[in-house]
Design a protein around this ligand. Sequence first.
Ligand code: 5GP
Length: 190
Amino acid sequence: MELLKEKIRTEGKIREGNILKVDNFLNHQMDIKLLNEIGKEFRKRFEGERVDKILTIEASGIGVAAIVSQYFDYIPVVFAKKAASLNLDKEVYETKVQSYTKNKIFNVKVGKDFLNSGEKILVIDDFLANGCAAKGLLDLIHQAGAEAVGVGIVIEKGFQDGRSVLEKEGVRVESLAILDRMENGQVFFK
Ligand code: 5GP
């Protein structure tokens, strides 16, 4: 997706530990026009698939998923919760996710009411690095007896293992921009 790549080239900032910061348009301030183009592109890529719900993970997946939903006939967006919450029902599907950016393991949960057997689920997230977040979401989907239609990623770090981890799970991965490498303050795409 050329528009997204151009945004990453001009506004992305490379940080230690192979972290790409995109706070200017995705992870802090959000460019809603760009997010709408992202929504349209995911719709195109998953054309012809039945999708009942979108599943993402808090916090940064939520904004993207909410806009993507509008291009899938406003299907519900469910976000897995990382924080221990008194509000969350006791009946939950739960899995562990190693956070790439926070270097911490989270217990990630979804209320059992919000994922159901037989549903077709599209996973959406902002980044794919080692695949822990997306793999955790697939685990929640499997626990519910639902089915993953695919994983839609805005920015894939193609030099990390995420894609192969997910493809080993037999799931389709669609990324809108795939980074080949980050060098001398510059981003190169595959
Ligand atoms: P994974 O679980 O695939 O290792 O990492 C994906 C998650 O970590 C995403 O949900 C995203 O929030 C975060 N993440 C991984 N790499 C980056 C990065 O380079 N930049 C930003 N902003 N987030 C990242």
